[in-house]
Design a protein around this ligand. Structure first.
Ligand code: CMC
Length: 429
């Protein structure tokens, strides 16, 4: 690689490729013209060396453990920001002025109800369905209820759909929870902020007053902020790929939710807590550490490791502090799962295997403990992740749609199947 070009020797010829630099992070070798000039594709399963797009939203330095949204460190946003302020920042690029913030809060707050007929849609599901299965279906169905905001070529409709998704996701998530446990749905309350309203819709019942604990609401808000966006992860890339065909944003977000559900991604918070419960006692930690190290055993320590962070996940540090605040506020002194989590973290951080492979606790390691203490069943953990990530998905989708160079995403392949052969009638096979 020299200056701003890279040279590739292929088939006896030298091909020059442009090298582009961003504001931060590694340079990229622009291979868009590679196939036309060489007839060859690049091969990178899992996209470990591939930048799939150009983006101004989020920056991660995985080696240094840095996460920036529009340039602002996550630590500062989590300490000082409120969730809707972060939503505005992700969507529009800058922190809002007081007037812009008031207007944005008003618009989101006044879109929190869902079409009344959606309550009937919920009742089509089994009550014992996983709430993520319900989320995939209901969010996809939004396009059937709000078809006045699915024309993606209209900037006004794009904005309305974005606000609707951010506003309605807590309502839908709370409805999925209430339906799961057999309680009546609670309507949103517009005098509560985003996080407090969500707690109210989840934990209030119509027959008595429920006062949201502001410390717990702040903890939930911090969880939302920590999960708001994370660059081109699997679910965000899914949203972008779905959106690249021109489909509507509700369908794109439903696709993102489906991808997030997997245990290697958003499903890890549920899996991490189930793992802590399975370990059961600090004495059994070595047994599970040994299993995680055994290459013949598929078991992995859930909540450890990250494709990008090869250092402590900065979100995990804040999440750890939030977990302690919530347990302190609720007077939970000796939570056996927290004891196991702390000991497991200690052992993993000093174990040669985890050090060598740079496997640090990720955000999901501590979010599960916090959400459990708040009263959410494990099946709801990934739903909360989806709720918070919706703004990131929408901001990334909006950025892509507004990019004049945007094309349908269409990867190619290294074909290793049979070469051309002739059909044989079944009697001759
Ligand atoms: N426990 C034990 N070994 C592990 C773990 C783990 N949690 N994670 C990775 N490794 C090992 C893995 O076996 C491999 O070893 P070897 O080189 O000997 O084959 C090496 O570390 C590299 O792993 P990889 O699977 O090639 O790395 P990846 O970048 O493809 O996977 C990951 C990243 C997050 C999927 C993986 O670390 C993992 O499965 N972690 C557990 C699930 C989890 O906590 N996911 C949440 C991610 S953070 C929230 C989010 O973004 O959604």
């Amino acid at each position: 690689m020299t200056g701003s070009t890279a040279k590739l020797e292929l088939g006896g010829k030298t091909h020059e490729l442009n090298v582009r630099s961003g504001t931060l992070g590694p340079d990229v070798i622009d291979i868009a013209s590679l196939y036309a000039s060489t007839g060859a594709f690049t091969y990178d399963p899992g996209f470990t060396s591939t930048a799939s797009c150009e983006s101004e939203i989020t920056y991660i330095d995985g080696d240094a453990g840095v996460l920036l949204h529009r340039g602002y460190p996550i630590e500062q946003l989590a300490e000082h920001g409120d969730f809707l302020e972060i939503c505005y920042l992700l969507l529009y690029g800058d922190l809002p002025t007081k007037a812009q913030k008031e207007d944005f809060d008003y618009r989101v707050t006044h879109h929190t109800m869902v079409h009344e007929q959606m309550t009937k849609f919920f009742t089509g599901f089994r009550r014992d369905a996983h709430p993520m299965a319900v989320m995939c279906g209901v969010v996809g169905a939004l396009a059937a209820f709000y078809h006045d905001s699915i024309d993606i070529s209209d900037p006004h409709q794009r904005m309305v759909a974005s606000i609707r998704l951010i506003a309605k996701m807590p309502t839908i998530a709370a409805m999925a929870y209430k339906y799961h446990i057999g309680q009546p749905f609670m309507y949103p309350k517009n005098d509560l902020n985003y996080a407090a309203n969500f707690l109210h819709m989840c934990f209030a019942v119509p027959c008595e007053d429920y006062k949201v604990n502001p410390i717990l609401a702040r903890a939930v808000e911090r969880i939302f902020i920590l999960h708001a966006d994370h660059e081109q992860n699997a679910s965000t890339s899914t949203v972008r790929l779905a959106g690249s065909s021109g489909t509507n944003p509700f369908a794109c977000i439903a696709a993102g939710i489906a991808c997030l559900w997997g245990p290697a991604h958003g499903g890890a918070n549920e899996a991490a807590l189930n793992m802590l419960a399975e370990i059961g006692h600090v004495d059994r930690i070595p047994e599970f550490i040994n299993r995680a190290k055994d290459r013949s055993d598929p078991f992995r320590l859930m909540g450890f490791g990250h494709r990008v962070y090869k250092n402590y996940d900065p979100r995990a540090k804040i999440m750890q502090q939030t977990a302690h605040e919530v347990l302190g506020e609720l007077g939970i002194k000796d939570d056996p799962l927290l004891d196991i989590a702390i000991e497991l973290e200690k052992i993993a951080l000093t174990d040669e295997y985890f050090i060598e492979k740079k496997l640090y606790p990720n955000v999901d390691f501590y979010s599960g403990i916090t959400l459990k203490a708040l009263g959410f069943p494990t099946t709801m953990f990934t739903v909360l992740f989806a709720l918070a990530r919706t703004v990131g998905w929408i901001a990334q989708w909006k950025e892509m749609i507004e990019d004049p160079r945007q094309k349908i995403g269409r990867p190619r392949q290294l074909y290793t199947g049979a070469a051309q052969r002739d059909y044989t009638p079944i009697a001759k096979r």
